[in-house]
Design a protein around this ligand. Structure first.
Ligand code: STR
Length: 508
């Protein structure tokens, strides 16, 4: 019996023992590590992971490694090293680790966000980027779509005048409609049952991703039943059934004469590969129905969770800084006034608002550790060897909170993004990349920046955002998930006096 156990341990140790491939090479300093479990017992159990990893830099330096199960993870916490990995050697590190929960979400690494490096990822990323160019101008200019939904959103807020509300639901409705427009040129009335479905499955996906799962570190555990993965499977099934229904209907009416959204772009590419024989078999495999649905699912989830979250963070910081809110409103009043609503071209003039949004993205980054990367070849970062297959995590939180780069990094100071005359936006530090960088950088950056600017400028032109009567300010600690979420809170909506007066004059 004991011999068997010892043999088993030996076999396990053989497979899990830290392996050094190149004997002469210099590797990043490593956290202590045990066979099988790796560095897990040596990681802090409380607090936010990005903060803990940042603190570990005091002892281990700006780049260090740890063992997670059978894999080595290298943690990067300085902008120079981060840019080397993401930009200069971007291709070397453009793989994605494979983990159970994300495998379920992405239908085995299909789509864009969690797909490993390869032809499918490259093609789908290219097609998503092409989709955004469809919305550059003309009557389906992104700005018009955003303004239309934000206008309805503000009209809804006006009906809540004097009340304290959670912005989550109205934001969800507005952003979902924006994404639905980009994906299939549809939008839904507030009572449409599909919106409930989207909310439900989305909650399921986010809940299961919020619970860090041991299966992701030790895949062998998948032989045991696992509630979190079950939640994920159920939610993903609801999502895929929904998207599939839309997709099947859509396919019937598709004509390549009019390509106006993401679904069209993907279907057009699919048709081209099956029609002409130059687009080999290979290409049509990359555009299977399941691949197409995975990409749409990604864009859906990415647009929704990130935009709603940042708007909520921004409003929360404004509630904590009422003088800042006043100043932004003065800026809007002077540059836009009340005779029209803000447009994208106002971005150049509403610099304090723009600085505020940048500061929110610094102090509460959407993805404090970005999404993990994986080395697709043997490579190096700084003076250190990085073996193929190593997971590489950029701790964006560390970059955004580096005291050498930022004056009082823990304080919310939008003015740091303005020149001393406060009339121009500046880049105060190179240690800032809220949308990542390189071949895996955020595909929605442009749309996100436009959406954030328009949501905030429209809201502040028309409303005062106040702390509810019970005096409860939003908590700013946040909840780390795939997106750094804010705890739910309420904001009191009040139509601005100046807006009312302007409307009154307008109709008189
Ligand atoms: C949110 C929930 C969902 O239904 C689908 C997705 C897939 C894409 C994910 C998204 C998620 C969360 C935010 C991500 C995005 C891809 C890029 C984005 C992780 C899990 C960020 O990097 C912030």
């Amino acid at each position: 019996m004991w011999e068997l156990l010892a043999l088993l341990l030996l076999i396990l140790a053989y497979f899990f023992w830290p392996t050094v491939k190149s004997p002469g090479a210099k590797y990043p300093k490593s956290l202590p590590s045990l066979p099988v479990v790796g560095s897990l017992p040596f990681l802090p159990r409380n607090g936010h992971p990005h903060v803990n990893f940042f603190k570990l830099q005091e002892k281990y330096g700006p780049i260090y490694s740890m063992r997670m199960g059978s894999k080595t993870t290298v943690m990067i916490g300085h902008h120079q090293l981060a840019k080397e990995a993401l930009i200069k050697k971007g291709k070397d590190f453009s793989g994605r680790p494979q983990v159970m929960s994300l495998d379920i979400l992405s239908d085995k690494q299909k789509g864009v966000a969690f797909a490993d490096y390869g032809a499918a990822w490259q093609l789908h990323r290219k097609l998503v980027l092409a989709t955004f160019t469809l919305f550059k101008d003309g009557n389906q200019k992104l700005e018009n779509i955003l303004c239309q939904e934000i206008s309805s959103f503000c009209d809804f807020l006006a009906t809540q005048n004097g009340q304290s509300i959670d912005l989550s639901l109205p934001l969800f409705l507005a952003v979902t409609n924006i994404i639905c427009f980009i994906c299939f040129n549809t939008s839904y009335k507030n009572e449409h049952p599909i919106l409930n479905t989207i909310r439900r499955y989305n909650e399921g996906i986010m809940n299961s991703l919020g619970k860090s799962s041991m299966v992701d570190v030790f895949p062998i555990l998948k032989i045991f039943p696992n509630k979190t993965l079950e939640t994920m499977r159920n939610a993903v099934k609801i999502r895929n059934d929904m998207l599939n229904e839309i997709y099947e209907k859509y396919k019937k009416n598709f004509s390549s004469d009019s390509v106006t959204n993401l679904m069209d772009i993907l279907l057009q590419a699919k048709m081209n590969t099956s029609n002409n024989n130059t687009g080999s078999d290979q290409d049509s495999k990359l555009l299977s129905d399941r691949h197409i649905l995975a990409t749409i699912g990604d864009i859906f989830g990415a647009g929704l969770e990130t935009t709603t979250s940042v708007v909520k963070w921004t409003v929360a910081f404004l509630l904590h800084n009422p003088q800042l809110q006043k100043k932004i409103q003065e800026e809007i009043d002077q540059n836009v006034g009340f005779s029209r609503t803000p447009t994208i071209s106002d971005r150049n003039h509403l610099v304090l608002l723009e600085a505020t949004i940048r500061e929110v993205l610094r102090i509460r980054p959407v993805a404090p550790t970005l999404i993990p990367h994986q080395a697709i070849v043997d490579s190096s970062i700084g003076e250190f060897t990085i073996d193929k297959g190593t997971h590489v995590v950029v701790n964006l939180w560390a970059l955004h909170h580096n005291e050498k780069e930022w004056h009082r990094p823990d304080q919310f100071i939008p003015e740091r993004f303005l020149d001393p005359t406060r009339s121009q936006l500046i880049s105060p530090s190179l240690s800032y990349m809220p949308f990542g960088a390189g071949p895996r950088s955020c595909v929605g950056e442009n749309m996100a920046r436009q959406a954030l600017f328009l949501f905030m400028s429209w809201m502040l032109q028309r409303f005062d955002l106040e702390v509810p009567d019970d005096g409860q300010l939003p908590a700013l600690e946040g909840i780390p998930n795939v997106v750094f979420l804010i705890d739910s809170y309420k904001v009191k909506i009040k139509v601005r006096q100046a807006w009312k007066e302007a409307q009154g004059e307008g109709s008189a």
